[in-house]
Design a protein around this ligand. Structure first.
Ligand code: NAP
Ligand code: HSE
Length: 431
């Protein structure tokens, strides 16, 4: 049987999963590719670390030149997570005639236009299914299977680490910091987990999806984003009491030729499909004008789910499917953007506001007055009872429909009140 020689760069969580699939299930990949995907080299800077797969003698190396200078290696899975030297490595791989498969969304969100232009110039391809939502085949679905549609909206839980942390907080009352440590131990988090918890990883993935689904050319840092690092177990408890679960939601909503984009912690009413997505699972609800709503669900992080997407890309690249879609879709080309970003301040919704206040007479009235001045109508108020006057208590306000801009301005004023402690926590609400 014909052989396509492949290499892996970065034999960490995902790289080991990919090696395992190639080595232990070569028959399966050969059946789908019509040829053997032969693991020729696996590069990592640490050769001593114990690994879940036994690599055949001579495969593991710490010298990347053994890949770049080997003309027989046709496809390379680039499975390391930063921007440099990753950008330079990707360019060198393309320039030495390799097609590249990657899971590195940070690299694509930051340097996509340069890398894709260079790949096109060189007649090479870049496949990136694993860069968004781990094992869920969302890239292929949006760019190919739903291509008869104008996508109207896309709402997603796109980060496994934050969803795992929030689930631990909801289901077991585990503190945020402990849940984060466990997510790191299980291999879900980025090497720098700040990117997960502050919403950056989700914004990078949303920028990629917005490009594919809406033709938006938005730099990920321009997407308004809030992470989950300020959420306390108490917020989770109040949300549950009111019939909601908190999720870190990526939102893309088309209105004519403008696109609302943001990443925000959101209270989702129990019963909505995304509210019950737990652990490292991700889910994406896409609405197309022809197909209507479609829901994608699966593990968004972790060794084998992510390896599943990488190996599918290796197969597609080896048989030539990637080259066809890569060149027809003209990703990140100089083509004019089809949509422009919408003014975020005008984005409307309901909000959860939690302000820690001294329990004094008149405090609630002051807060209600500020909200009123910004035309924000209160739907309900929750304040747990405390024993002593003056004790600090959380005051939770659920608003009626209002805007991002109005709530942002109102809480800036509320946080200046003498009886307020710290900063108001604000989350969107979906019913
Ligand atoms: P990881 O466990 O940190 O693995 C990366 C491996 O590459 C480590 O062994 C690392 O060594 C090594 N490495 C780093 N820089 C290198 C270099 N310049 N040359 C050679 N080896 C190098 O990371 P991962 O979780 O597998 O993630 C890899 C990529 O997949 C990232 O872009 C990530 O965003 C993406 N991704 C991960 C998941 C997931 O669930 N983990 C899911 C989807 C996408 P050191 O440990 O010494 O740094
Ligand atoms: N750190 C990422 C996450 C990996 O937790 O979702 C998958 O992209």
């Amino acid at each position: 049987m014909e052989k396509t020689k492949v290499a892996i760069i970065g034999v960490g969580t995902v790289g080991q999963g990919v090696a395992k699939l190639l080595l232990d299930h070569g028959d399966r990949t050969a059946r789908h590719a019509g040829r053997t995907l032969w693991l020729e080299k696996a590069v990592d800077r640490d050769l001593t670390r114990p690994r879940v797969c036994d690599l055949p003698k001579g495969v593991l190396t710490d010298n990347i030149e053994e890949v770049i200078n080997n003309p027989e290696i046709e496809v390379v899975a680039l499975l390391i997570g930063g921007l440099e030297p990753e950008r330079t490595i990707m360019l060198r791989l393309l320039e030495s005639g390799k097609n590249v498969v990657t899971a590195n969304k940070a690299l694509l969100a930051e340097h996509g236009p340069e890398l894709f232009d260079r790949a096109r110039e060189l007649g090479r391809s870049i496949a990136f299914e694993a860069s968004v939502a781990g094992g869920i085949p969302i890239i292929a679905n949006i760019s190919q299977c739903l291509s008869a549609n104008q996508i109207e909206s896309l709402d997603g839980i796109l980060n496994g680490t934050t969803n795992f942390i929030l689930s631990k907080m909801h289901e077991e009352g585990v503190a945020y910091a402990d849940a984060l440590k466990e997510a790191q131990r299980l291999g879900y988090a980025e090497a720098d987990p700040t990117l997960d918890v502050n919403g950056s990883d989700t914004a990078q993935k949303l920028a990629i999806l917005a490009h594919l689904a809406f033709g938006a050319r938005v730099y990920w840092k321009d997407i308004p984003r809030v992470g989950i690092d300020n959420i306390e177990v108490a917020d989770v408890r109040y949300a549950l009491e009111m019939g909601y679960r908190i999720k870190l939601l990526a939102v893309a909503q088309l209105d004519k030729d403008t696109l609302e984009l943001h990443v925000s912690p959101t209270l989702l009413r129990r019963g909505l499909p995304l509210s019950d997505v737990s652990g490292p699972f991700n889910a994406i609800r896409v609405v197309g004008d022809a197909v209507g709503p479609v829901l994608f669900f699966g593990q968004g992080a972790g060794q084998m789910p992510t390896a599943s997407a990488v190996v599918a890309d290796l197969i597609d690249t080896a048989v030539g499917r990637t080259a066809i879609t890569f060149h027809t879709l003209e990703l990140w080309s100089n083509r004019k953007a089809r949509v422009t970003p919408r003014d975020f301040a005008k984005a409307d919704g309901r909000f959860y506001l939690r302000t820690n206040v001294e329990d004094h007479p008149g405090v609630l009235a002051q807060i209600a007055s500020i909200l009123g001045q910004h035309n924000i109508s209160i739907a309900s108020v929750l304040q747990p009872e405390v024993d002593k006057d003056g004790e600090i208590v959380p005051l939770i306000v659920m608003t009626h429909l209002t805007t991002e801009g109005a709530t942002r301005k109102a809480i800036a004023e509320i946080d200046k009140l003498p009886s307020v402690r710290g900063k108001t926590v604000r989350m969107w609400v979906r019913d």
